[in-house]
Design a protein around this ligand. Sequence first.
Ligand code: MG
Length: 368
Amino acid sequence: MKITAIKAWQVDLPLKEGRYSWSNGNFVEVFDATVVAVETDDGVTGYAECCPLGSAYLPAYGAGVRAGLAEIAPKLIGLDPTNLGEMNRRMDAALKGHAFVKAPIDIACWDILGKVAGLPVHALLGGAAQDRVALYRAISQQPPEQMARAVAGYRAEGYTKFQLKVGGNADEDIARIIACRDILHPSDVLVADANTGWTRAEAARVVAAVSDLDVYIEQPCPSFEECLSVRRRTALPFVLDEVITDVEALLRGLAEDAMDIINLKISKVGGLTKARLIRDLCVESGIPMTIEDTWGGDIVTATIAHLARSTPAEFCFSATDFNSYGTRDIATGAPRRLDGFMTASDAPGLGVTPLIESFGAPALSIGG
Ligand code: MG
């Protein structure tokens, strides 16, 4: 089997809440996603989606996905998409870094492999380890009372895990954590995610002020060293996200006992092939994960669901149903949340069919 064409469409994903706000005054109102099709001489086509959270969250952005694909796609025509190892080696040889650019190609190749094998992607990633995946809800940064109301609203929809966007003013962040914990049940999970927004001193004040509460602290500061410094001042469970960029970063975190949990964002690490490696290392090392991505719609949500479903429940801290945050359907067959959980399709491949006729003309078309 050979790749004959690679196509990409730009797709806008507006938000139901109108705006998603996090640390340091950053916000997004419409996400810029790219849907990718990898076509083959067998007539089988694989699909994927990549939606980086750009503008000061990640060193990645929506238009960068398409610019990077234009760079590497011509070098991938003619390769066997079912040979995932060789596909990844050729992409890494064609362009250094830019893991997020390579992710949708890798994921589309997993979709092809599943379709050819007649198996769902979760079966190829190790097999179903859980029937349904617990979801968390990200709570956009607002004044404390408004965030507590948002938590109560999403709790009524069935979520039991919540991730507060803090990383603003430390005093206000303390009030946010207290207000939200106060309305939750003891079995509910609360994570305070600063998204690198605190200095060490601010983080030290926050962890001291909430030390008697049941709350996880996520990525307080920008660097690994700063986070480690905060981690050593608190007994609260500790999550690393932004600094976990690859296997090397995970191994350093393990060696230095820098975290209890990581967030594994599939496109940030380069797709399912590399995410599976990190997932397996975490399982072997006793580190639970939030399995998610940097944002997205139906196809990203389906991809998350397959990796999460093939991860043992005790190591799957939570996952994200990004397609419930947006107003737009971009594929059929995607997971739908039920009582704070979702599952992955048992159809071959990712089990999704993009609504390509709604996307307009492709932004990129190589080969064919
Ligand atoms: Mg995070």
